[in-house]
Design a protein around this ligand. Structure first.
Ligand code: NDP
Length: 395
């Protein structure tokens, strides 16, 4: 029995709140807090209608450490689940340290003025969390998150030596809009317009954005073109998977999406620096976010599936082995269950499972942890039980 504070009432926050409400024996009390109270109210009434449970809600600006600390002191949760934006990671980690509360998130910190996501800022909290006897679990979404756990499981159970890992992320869904992003547009566009980067033979290698692609036959979806991009879990997996020679991340994008993105970039709409407009400073990507559909609003009419997994090769018992460990998730089924689309669902469910691991003592530790540093077995068992069954194909 435990109290949890969820911060962020967007697409992912909605899934986390619904799913926590569906597991009352672990999450006996739930508070959903976000910048805009109205969004919390909508989720609160959905949960009452669909699952017959009452959750509490509150307004909070998570950039304001003192405000969050006051909320933590009055509510006294056992854990904070941060599903606001990556910009809030550090203020929320500070607030948790000050109030003595464990912390979990799904995406690593990014400074608002530089599109650069790295773990260094959050890893720097290791000593302070350790000294305070607190645990911070980083990147408990799907990728990062489940993909890290798939790699840990492969290292423990499937291979004696892992040589290469390719993480492959396909959303073969259709939301009916000419252009929309499946999670926060600002964070999503910042991520994919950066140079691609992968790790091979002990060094990082950089390529121009979207300049390398391959076609992969995704389970339950079929062949799709995937592009090599940089993704945050590569940084921790390089540290934690022994003997690795190469690791890359691939994501599929449709032609329509890429054409829109190219035009938006060419006209300057994806810029993250302020520009002067009619006597005001505006950041073009923030203006673009205001024009694009809210990712949570895509859910109702979304069809198709996501298919995401890890292609891993290496050696087992002296023989070469290659496996694909993956999950397939259906957008329409997610909507029926928790009024969300599959990208929010595949992020929110692992956040809830990570929280269950911490709150039930299956994952405990003092300091800052990436997912692959913890025992994959209880996590994978709970993941399948709570909505994301996973499979292994031997290749
Ligand atoms: P949304 O933009 O839909 O939701 C973000 C929510 O956070 C909004 O409700 C927003 O409030 C709230 N918020 C923003 N700033 C603050 C603040 N200062 N204080 C309090 N609340 C704030 O994003 P998503 O739900 O799509 O994504 C949530 C997180 O999940 C992101 O960090 C994203 O990077 C991560 N993610 C991780 C994935 C993974 O697999 N690991 C995949 C997809 C997403 P408001 O309503 O006022 O705007």
């Amino acid at each position: 029995m435990s109290k949890v504070l969820i911060i962020g009432a967007g697409g992912v926050g909605g899934v986390v709140a619904h799913k926590c409400a569906m597991v009352p024996d672990v999450f006996s009390e739930i508070l959903l807090a976000s910048r805009t109270l109205r969004r919390c109210e909508v989720i609160q009434s959905q949960i009452r209608e669909m699952h017959g449970r009452d959750i509490q809600i509150a307004q909070v600006d998570a950039d304001n450490v003192a405000q969050t600390v006051a909320l933590l002191r009055s509510y006294e949760p056992n854990l904070v689940i941060n599903v606001a934006l990556p910009y809030q990671d550090l203020p929320l980690m500070d607030a948790c340290l000050e109030a003595g509360i464990d912390y979990l998130d799904t995406a690593n910190y990014e400074p608002p003025d530089v599109a650069k996501f790295e773990y260094k800022w959050q890893w720097a909290y290791q000593e302070r969390y350790e000294k305070a006897g607190l645990m911070a679990l980083l990147g408990s979404g799907f990728d990062p998150g489940v993909t890290n756990v798939f790699c840990a499981y492969a290292q423990q159970d499937l291979f004696d030596e892992i040589h290469s890992i390719d993480i492959l992320d396909c959303n073969a869904g259709n939301h009916g809009h000419a252009f929309a992003t499946n999670f926060n547009p600002e964070i999503n566009i910042r991520e994919i317009t950066q140079p691609g980067r992968y790790w091979e033979d002990g060094a990082w290698r950089e390529i121009a954005p979207m300049s390398v692609d391959m076609t992969f036959d995704f389970p339950e979806v079929g062949p799709r073109k995937a592009f090599l991009i940089y993704h945050e879990e590569l940084e921790s997996l390089v540290r934690n998977i022994r003997g690795l020679r190469r690791i890359r991340f691939w994501m599929t994008f449709g032609e329509e999406y890429l054409t829109h993105l190219r035009v938006l970039q060419n006209v300057g709409m994806t810029r993250i620096d302020p520009v002067e407009f009619q006597g005001q400073q505006i950041v073009p990507i923030q203006f673009l976010k205001a024009l694009l559909p809210d990712p949570a609003s895509l859910a109702e009419n979304y069809t198709g599936k996501t298919s995401i997994g890890c292609l891993i090769d290496g050696v087992k018992d002296g023989k070469l082995r290659k496996v694909f460990i993956y999950n397939v998730c259906d957008h329409a089924e997610c909507y029926r269950e928790v009024r969300a689309q599959a990208v929010s669902y595949t992020t929110g469910v692992p956040a809830v499972v990570g929280a269950m691991m911490m709150l039930t003592g299956k994952w405990r530790g003092k300091g800052v942890f990436n997912m692959e540093q913890l025992d994959p077995h209880p996590f994978l068992e709970a993941l399948a039980k709570h909505g994301l069954p996973w499979h292994i194909i031997e290749l």
